[in-house]
Design a protein. Sequence first.
Length: 228
Amino acid sequence: MLEQELSYKDLNISSSEIYEAMGYKDSTPDKMVVEETNTLLDCIAPSLRPRFFFFITNGILDTEKETLTVGNTVFSIGKTIARQLRGSRAFAFFAATAGREFETFQHTLQQKDDIVKVYIADSLGSIIAEKTADCMEKALAAYIEEKGWKHTNRYSPGYCGWHVSEQQKLFSLFPVTSPCGIQLTDSSLMIPIKSVSGVIGIGSGVRKLEYTCGLCTYENCFRKRKRN
């Protein structure tokens, strides 16, 4: 089990990653967008406190039933995730967030009703949460290295055929209340909104592969948008 607080600098986010999150994959944003982005970063970066948490537990993966069972909790993870978790000796459940500080910052911008700044901040929050999860993966890799274990990609409720409602089951497994300060609503929405959670398979016989976006039917996935 590990929980860690980071700084914005720890995330090592490049300008190109920020602009790609906004939709500028093959083009450069105009000067106004660049200046607004830099201004927002100057405002929020010093006070950012992104966090991640993970714990490792045993589980039973059934690829035929497309389920993962941990204790008395049964997850219906779907075909894609079940296939990607094959060979796992154990499973890491995680949560990562851009933090309540960023959530407060977003609400302030929304109250000012500046559409451009709100859009830029929304993109920033998404990349901050994902890069925090990337840092979590690196910490997990170091944590399991002494056992000679590797890890799979991370998978979250709401993606790849895993229904978002199972977020409730996932959070019920966490050994701490509100990991990283994240709370879950009755509709399975995480607060702060710019947060991610899910599962990672670990073991000596697993690999981290390219995400199989071509097999996924969820059109709004951020990974699929990045490839379009």
